[in-house]
Design a protein around this ligand. Sequence first.
Ligand code: G
Ligand code: G
Ligand code: MN
Ligand code: NA
Length: 245
Amino acid sequence: VLLEDQLRSALKENQFVLYFQPQVQFPDTRVGYEVLLRWQHPERGMVSPAVFIPLAEKSRLILPIGRWVLEQACQTLARWQDDPAKASWQLAVNVSVVQFQGVGFTEQVATIIRQTGAPPRLLKLEVTESLLMEDPERVAQVMSEIRGLGVRFSLDDFGTGYSSLSYLKRLSLDQIKIDQSFVRDVTTNPASAAIVDSIIGLSQGLGLEVIAEGVETGAQRDWLVAHGCDHFQGYLFGRPGPEVF
Ligand code: G
Ligand code: G
Ligand code: MN
Ligand code: NA
């Protein structure tokens, strides 16, 4: 059986689970989590999103799957409001360009927020530069509509795509995420150090929050702090896992 056909039935078979990876503000404030989708395949075990997200995009199954992820995330945010220890935690949700291109994405986000009662300010949508390759005018329009709901935006994997820096001026962003490929060798590779340093400076100049992903060592964290980045995500702070908190 083709993986794509199995993907088609995975939602109704309840085979998806959300994993959560902590996001931390220096020195040790938990600000929230990134939501990372997992597919528990009956025979193959855990299938990586790096494998099934591209399939889901090609088949447009990402539309119902992405809606399910948003619903689950917003239900979680709403549930956290009853617990003072969790009520300020944000959730960052990855959103595919295909979801953006679909008609009525703004309305979908608005409806999910209304029906779950999630505080919109605690929802952060992670978009990638690939979004900007498509139809920048329309993307900017949809982003500002959704931002009008109070939802925030983060630019994921920053520096790995092909988009022009001028988009940063036109988009309604709140945060830039430094890609883990630069963080990995930031303390040993002068090119990565220069790139990370300029992303931090760019973020500060634009008044955006900056978060480093893939932080695995204290040395990486210390380098980032010394260079002005104070939000972190990575194995040093916690691996992605099911909600057990
Ligand atoms: O969790 P992991 O590192 O294996 O994720 C691999 C890739 O899958 C990352 O690029 C991540 O952004 C993407 N991804 C994880 N969850 C989702 C999701 O719910 N929706 C979309 N569109 N991408 C996701
Ligand atoms: O593209 P995106 O940033 O959404 O993907 C995040 C991916 O990075 C997830 O697959 C997650 O499992 C992975 N990840 C998160 N923290 C670390 C880390 O510290 N080291 C490595 N190697 N991968 C990480
Ligand atoms: Mn992400
Ligand atoms: Na990333």
